[in-house]
Design a protein around this ligand. Structure first.
Ligand code: 5GP
Length: 188
């Protein structure tokens, strides 16, 4: 049986594919192995930042052999425009207390770093024993805040990307690859 989904043909709105489905699979496998080695003998709470990180978290944890639990948080740092507002709002909070826990934040993309800066500070404030970050994508040269991302999937140029959880106006999250939209999609 093939594992290839039906939507592997490149979406007509996508101008270029930057990371293929195969590359995502291979990198998640490597990251899962590294995380499992680092957290061997410990239990880690993997916190997914909704909505975008759900795809990455789900694939990454399939390759993790250490003990882990999962929780989700929903935050909003973007308005309708495709530019960071700098304001982070909690839309859905965690269900479990963080006191004494080793937390691994799974994030779809690190852009300005404002969201992760807020989350790391917030989690340490709640008594987490440690907070590390796994980001599927880090945008090159975009960070306003210095964030130490321990597990980096891909470093990509500073362009707005979609797919693999990443949306534009809530669309394109289900694309199995990461790509750049055609300018006409933004009405440019
Ligand atoms: P930051 O706070 O690092 O600027 O932004 C983090 C959030 O902004 C991400 O979790 C994601 O939701 C959104 N974001 C940043 N860059 C992009 C991008 O290139 N594409 C999409 N679809 N979302 C992005």
């Amino acid at each position: 049986m093939s594992i290839t989904p039906d939507n592997t043909a490149v979406h007509p709105d996508v101008e270029r594919v930057l990371v293929t489905e195969e590359e995502l699979y291979a990198r998640n496998k490597e990251l899962g192995a590294a995380i499992s080695a680092d957290y061997a003998g410990k239990e880690v709470l993997v916190v997914g930042v909704l909505k975008g990180a759900a795809w990455f978290l789900s694939d990454l944890t399939r390759h993790m052999t250490c003990d882990f639990t999962v929780d989700y948080m929903a935050v909003s740092s973007y308005g309708a425009a495709h530019k960071s507002s700098g304001v982070v709002r909690i839309l859905k909070d965690l269900e479990v207390p963080l006191e004494g826990k080793h937390v691994l934040i799974a994030e779809d993309i690190l852009d300005t770093g404002l969201t992760l800066k807020y989350l790391i500070r917030n989690f340490l404030g709640r008594g987490a024993a440690s907070v590390e970050v796994a980001a599927c994508v880090v945008k090159e040269g975009a960070q306003e805040e210095k964030i130490d991302v321990r597990y980096v999937g891909f470093v990509l140029p500073n362009e707005f990307v979609v797919g693999y959880g990443l949306d534009y106006a809530q669309k394109y999250r289900g694309l199995p690859y990461i790509g750049v939209l055609r300018p006409c999609v933004y009405g440019e």
